[in-house]
Design a protein around this ligand. Structure first.
Ligand code: A2P
Length: 273
């Protein structure tokens, strides 16, 4: 059985999911989602901003696996946060996804007005339209502010993390608060060359696994939810074939200390979108 993590409200999330950032809406997304579910994935992570929610919904339906057996995440976009229309934006996402609930709904970035958005999300959560609510790209100080006005601790914080930017301090802090961490750009995204890194290659070879599988395993063993993206059937399957080996603590440490420490994306304290 694939590993799951129990969120702070008791619901369970499969620890490995398919990410669809930069996956083009239309057939590319439908295929990726369907292939993933056929390969055993039960967790798909999308967002309003990815412009592929309709195709994600279609891919799930075409997979033949029941909606309730899939953990589906989407995210509230910055424009909707700034315009104070979290509730409307949520129902628009549901429409596009073709479903009547989501498992996890996240504030995508701490855009101006996110505090009000959180309150609207709490109502949707209390109405059982969302099984868990959380945040994305929140630093410790954002979450501390959130808790100054809300009794609901976010179930998850989805942040950039990979061996090229481990973000370990924030992960440790989130975990100490009972907040699950989800890693985006877990393989280093598109900008770097993490999958060609010689240390990663050396460790991968030792286990007879690919660099991508090795990095996914590193995330799993750190207790982080990991959502690698691919649009290729072979890679989607390969990325799920990671439950039959374990990295030693020396290899875990080596991957945590590649010494790159460079973000792929924006700092949540300084973004312009
Ligand atoms: P592609 O979709 O063409 O397979 P992230 O860190 O954001 O999850 O980025 C994953 C990047 O690595 C994507 O650009 C994806 O491209 C590529 N990728 C995903 N899985 C593999 C794999 N198993 N081997 C090589 N490249 C991969």
């Amino acid at each position: 059985d694939q590993p799951t993590i129990t969120l702070n409200n008791g619901i369970s999330i499969p620890q490995l999911g398919l990410g669809v950032f930069r996956t083009k809406g239309g057939q590319e997304t439908v295929d990726a989602v369907r292939w993933a579910v056929e390969a055993g994935y039960r967790h798909i992570d999308t967002a309003r901003a990815y412009n592929n929610e309709e195709s994600v919904g279609r891919g799930i339906r075409e997979s033949g696996v029941k909606r309730r057996d899939i953990f589906l995440t989407t995210k509230l976009w910055n424009e909707d946060i700034r315009q104070g229309r979290a509730r409307e934006a949520f129902f628009e996402s549901l429409d596009r996804l073709g479903t009547d609930y989501v498992d996890l709904y996240l504030i995508h970035w701490p855009a101006d007005g996110w505090q009000k958005a959180w309150e609207q999300m709490e109502e949707l959560y209390n109405d059982r339209r969302i099984r868990a609510i959380g945040v994305s790209n929140f630093h410790q100080h954002h979450i501390e502010e959130l808790r100054s006005f809300s009794d609901l601790t976010p179930a998850a914080d989805q942040i950039e993390s990979s061996p090229q930017f481990p973000n370990q301090e924030l992960i440790d802090w989130d975990h100490a608060q009972g907040i699950a961490v989800e890693a985006w750009s877990p393989l280093g995204g598109t900008g770097g060359s993490l999958l060609e890194n010689p240390t990663v290659a050396r460790i991968a070879e030792k286990y007879g696994k690919s660099p991508a599988q090795t990095i996914i395993r590193w995330h799993l063993q750190r207790g982080v939810v990991v959502i690698p993206k691919s649009v290729h059937a072979e890679r989607i399957r390969q990325n799920f074939d990671v439950f039959d080996f374990a990295l030693t603590s020396e290899d875990m440490d080596a991957l945590s200390n590649l010494g790159i420490n460079r973000r792929q994306g924006s700092d949540p304290d300084n973004f312009d979108f």
